[in-house]
Design a protein around this ligand. Structure first.
Ligand code: AMP
Length: 290
């Protein structure tokens, strides 16, 4: 019985490595879910998936300073360990690895893991050094928790692509699973950052999913002009009075390069938009049948 289990909190790297090593020696299959905490049902769905694939589920909770830019929300990023324990336990997590920044980045820390090309496009243009912060911390978390499986959400599609690439390029002996996006009833993708939205912004933010669904429907009905799709999506998004639209991009999911033609079996429509000071990202993967 995995659900509702009391969760063991581990704060040190040494103890976590020892626990994982012992579990591996005992023949247990380990799955890990890297998160920044403030867990919601999106995270819970990843933990549940992990629980169905492995014997032991480790959720890592670490608000990683190196993936935040100087003007981003590192210090005010929401944190709530008590609630995280409840959500993680109910979803089937056995262990939470919860280090502090000094444990992860002791004095003298001087290494970087970087997937070069894919880190500098799209999100990377608006968040320089973000992905090298992510790949470095994820490489560390994998070495610390020693999983057989790691699970990421499609919500952060570029991150998932980059981690897949890192795992392949650097021969991590780990299976990566990408889990679908969990949404609110109006379509807004669950995110720890949604808490920053005021009531009006929260309501307006549903235009993002509406615009993505519009693109999906049009593509499935044969529309092939990205210029036209982008123009109509812009109109839908603008009806929600965003403060800024960083990008609306059409991406070949195999190479993660932006495309101006829709002629591949699948296309990813992705966007980043600000409401007030809150930056939201979302995407939809469209299979092209005709
Ligand atoms: P975060 O705590 O935001 O770094 O997210 C941790 C993991 O949860 C990442 O792999 C995210 O892609 C995933 N995730 C975040 N929000 C959702 C969501 N709404 N649905 C599914 N996965 C999500």
């Amino acid at each position: 019985m995995k659900s509702g289990i009391p969760v063991r909190i581990l704060k040190t790297i040494r103890e976590t490595q020892e626990v994982s090593e012992k579990l591996r020696c005992d023949g247990k299959k380990i799955a890990v879910i890297p998160t920044m905490g403030y867990l919601h049902q999106g995270h819970a769905s990843l933990i549940e998936r992990a629980s169905s694939l492995a014997d032991i589920v480790i959720t890592t909770i670490f608000v990683n300073p190196t993936q935040f830019g100087p003007n981003e929300d590192y210090t005010r990023y929401p944190r709530d360990l008590e609630n995280d324990k409840a959500v993680a336990g109910a979803a089937g997590s056995n262990i939470i690895f919860f280090p502090d920044a000094g444990e992860m980045y002791p004095d003298g820390f001087d290494s970087i893991v970087e997937v070069e090309e894919a880190s500098n496009i799209l999100e990377g243009k608006f968040r320089p050094k973000h992905f090298r912060g992510v790949t470095t911390v994820v490489a560390k978390l994998l070495n610390i928790t020693k999983p057989h499986i790691v699970i990421f959400g499609q919500k952060d599609a570029q991150q998932a692509f980059i981690i897949q690439k890192m795992i392949k390029d650097l021969n991590f002996d780990i299976e990566i699973v990408i889990a679908p996006i969990v949404r609110e009833t109006d379509g807004l993708a669950l995110s720890s950052r949604n808490i920053y939205l005021n009531e009006t912004e929260r309501k307006n933010a549903s235009v993002l999913f509406r615009s993505l669904k519009y693109a999906e429907k049009q593509i499935k009905h044969g529309e092939r002009s990205i210029t036209l799709l982008r123009k109509e999506m812009l109109k839908i998004i603008q009806s929600g009075t965003p403060t800024q639209i960083d990008y609306i991009a059409f991406i070949d999911p195999v190479t993660f390069s932006e495309t101006e033609n829709i002629n591949q079996p699948e296309i990813l429509a992705a966007l980043a938009v600000r409401f007030g000071s809150t930056r939201l990202i979302d995407n939809i993967l469209v299979s092209i049948t005709s």
